[in-house]
Design a protein around this ligand. Structure first.
Ligand code: ZN
Length: 134
């Protein structure tokens, strides 16, 4: 079973909690026990499991901004102008894997699946696949 989640980001840098969408996608199958792969098909966006607290999200965004600021003389900017977005996506990673039991994501009290947009606004796709029996 797999599902493609589509989201529209609203700003150049945007963070969207997709936990409910991923859980919804899982409901379509019947995974008693296994793992759920959540994978974004983009090179300027990332995924993380963390707390969906707006102050923390601002802190994470600021950290990535300090590590990979926009327009810092990158080679890729000569052709595309969005090297900072690729670099931030590389730092975060493009997938997360979450355990599944009885068709439910196993997440801690504060854990959420967060989609990070670094070059928006754009329409983005996220591939979700439940892998049973792992
Ligand atoms: Zn680019």
């Amino acid at each position: 079973m797999w599902t493609m989640i589509e989201i529209d980001t609203r700003k150049p840098v945007d963070v969207i909690d997709i936990t409910a969408r991923v859980q919804e996608a899982l409901q379509e199958g019947k995974t008693e026990s296994g793992i759920c792969l959540v994978y974004t098909l983009h090179t300027t966006a990332g995924l993380a499991v963390n707390e969906a607290d707006s102050a923390l999200i601002k802190d994470i965004s600021n950290l990535l901004d300090r590590v990979a600021p926009q327009g810092a003389g990158y080679h890729h900017d000569r052709s595309d102008g969005n090297a900072h977005a690729h670099l931030r996506a590389t730092l975060l990673g493009n997938s997360v894997v979450i355990p599944v039991e009885q068709n439910k994501l196993i997440l801690g009290t504060w854990q959420r699946i967060l989609f990070f947009e670094f070059d928006g606004p754009r329409q983005r796709r996220i591939f979700v696949k439940a892998v049973p029996g792992v």
